[in-house]
Design a protein around this ligand. Structure first.
Ligand code: CAO
Length: 455
């Protein structure tokens, strides 16, 4: 005679795992081992099989419920066959009417979690391991992906999502050929093959403009939910410089080399120069410009740009230096031209002019173009080192921080020296680490002994 039994979630090694698929409904006939539900933790997808054959009388779970061991999945009118023996030490054994599904197979643990978490609600499972979208038993009813995963989220296991991410594929673009529209490994491979054959990038939309980076959408947060807020539109300069910085940061493989320059003597000279030229502000920056020009001459690869194809280096024979200027509306980088032909006083005068023009928003496009190399000085503000972002199509930028008096070992004793922290960021496609270390060290030597700037 038929026997009404509970099919329960076995020991799945996790609690509160979301149900992402319910594979049966009341009235369905199920075979022993046929999957009843699919669960997905942040590590793996698991199918819970029926512990016995019979007819489903009532399904107790729905998509979005979170389950733990012992949760009742369905009431099944068993064929009169004995239930599959439960694994040892399973709590469900104590319930006389409970039947346990077979022990779970070890679930795979892909590196990353799902892009979109499954909807949440409550209870327990059995890993049947569907991490790669296994084929369903023949008795399983056909499923519609839109029912399984409401909304626009295509269903793919964490392993498949990780695989897609590895290949730079936007999973939303892939059509699933598995049960209920489930995306399988072959679907991702076929998508990539097709994209390559048609000359398209694996991903589409705005991400293609970032060289095919498959970035997640920006998080949408209702900040007002957490407290008082005020909205302030970005300035035009912030919008333009932000877009440029984002592109440069995403597309240039940056490395930052740090160095300290001993500017004790330079600073004494700068002060003297200032006393002699009271109407002109002699910024430490003018020494840095001269030192950079000397280093660019010594290491021409730094005075270069990659051409658009990325296959040629364009070496420049001129020395125009961009200076990052902080303005109330954002960052601008005016360019001082022909710095190799100018002395310290002329550079000081040029610097005063461009800084003033920048802050008064009077810079024209011509004054902000043609730079070979940029300097970003935060020395007047503070800090030790930072990572400046290369100002493409330049290939390197020097970040300067605030100088500080430090004890430096001179071979006999510690002596107080004024040390200037330098941070040289460079495009690693063009410049090797060893070359950057030489450039930075050369710069420090030039700044440490300004007589060398005359050479
Ligand atoms: N160490 C110690 N002191 C320094 C210094 C350094 N590295 N660099 C400058 N100073 C001193 C200056 O000598 C000046 O001192 P006095 O007032 O006694 O003369 C003071 O700091 C303020 O200097 P300043 O910053 O106003 O002027 P500057 O000529 O050194 O720099 C400019 C000009 C335009 C570069 C600067 O005003 C500026 O805008 N800096 C910010 C750049 C920036 O935002 N970069 C970040 C880009 S990444 O987001």
């Amino acid at each position: 005679m038929a026997d009404l039994k509970e099919a329960r979630v076995p020991d799945i090694g996790h609690a509160d795992v979301p149900v992402i698929e319910v594979l049966v409904k009341a009235g369905d006939r199920v075979e022993k081992e046929q999957s009843l539900i699919t669960l997905e933790s942040d590590k793996a997808t698991m199918e819970v099989p029926a512990p016995f054959a019979g007819t489903v009388k009532e399904v107790k779970l729905k998509v979005g419920d979170e389950v733990s061991e012992g949760a009742v999945i369905a009431l099944i009118e068993a064929d009169g066959e004995a239930a599959t023996p439960a694994p040892a030490a399973d709590k469900a054994e104590s319930a006389p009417e409970a039947a346990k599904p077979p022990a779970p197979a070890p679930a795979p643990a892909p590196a990353e979690t799902r892009d979109k978490p499954a909807p949440m609600a409550s209870q327990g499972v059995q890993p049947g391991n569907a991490a790669e979208g296994d084929a369903a038993p023949s008795a399983r009813p056909p499923l519609d992906a839109s029912i399984v995963m409401p909304g626009d989220a295509p269903y793919a296991s964490p392993a498949i999502r990780a695989f897609a991410r590895e290949l730079g594929v936007d999973i939303q673009q892939v059509k699933g050929s598995g049960r209920g529209g489930r995306i399988q490994r072959d679907d991702v491979s076929a998508y990539v093959k097709h994209a390559l054959a048609s000359g398209a990038r694996p991903t589409g939309g705005a991400s293609a403009s970032l060289g095919g980076l498959n970035l997640l959408p920006w998080p949408k947060v209702d900040f007002a939910k957490f407290g008082e807020i005020e909205e302030k539109p970005l300035s035009r300069i912030q919008k333009i410089s932000g877009a440029n910085l984002a592109r440069n940061w995403a597309m240039i493989p940056h490395v930052t080399q740090h160095e300290d320059a001993d500017i004790t003597e330079q600073e004494a000279f700068r002060k003297k120069l200032g006393e002699e030229n009271k109407d002109l502000k002699i910024s430490p920056l003018v020494f840095q410009i001269k030192a950079v020009v000397a280093a660019l001459k010594q290491f021409p690869q730094f005075n270069a740009s990659l051409d658009e194809s990325g296959e040629k280096l364009i070496l420049k024979k001129y020395f125009h230096i961009g200076i990052a200027v902080d303005t109330p509306d954002g960052l601008v980088v005016p360019v001082i031209r022909d710095c190799d032909k100018k002395g310290l006083l002329e550079l000081a005068s040029d610097l005063a002019v461009i800084s003033k023009k920048a802050r008064e928003k009077k810079l024209g496009p011509a004054e902000m173009s043609g730079g070979c190399f940029s300097i970003s000085s935060l020395g007047g503000i503070g800090g030790t080192y930072f990572t400046p972002i290369v100002n493409a199509p330049e290939v390197a930028i020097l970040g300067v921080s605030k100088s500080a008096m430090k004890p430096v070992w001179n071979g006999k004793e510690f002596a107080p020296r004024l040390m200037l922290p330098l941070s040289l960021s460079y495009d690693h496609r063009v410049i090797d680490g060893a070359l950057a270390a030489r450039f930075a060290s050369f710069l420090a030597t030039q700044l440490g002994d300004i007589r060398r700037l005359l050479l």
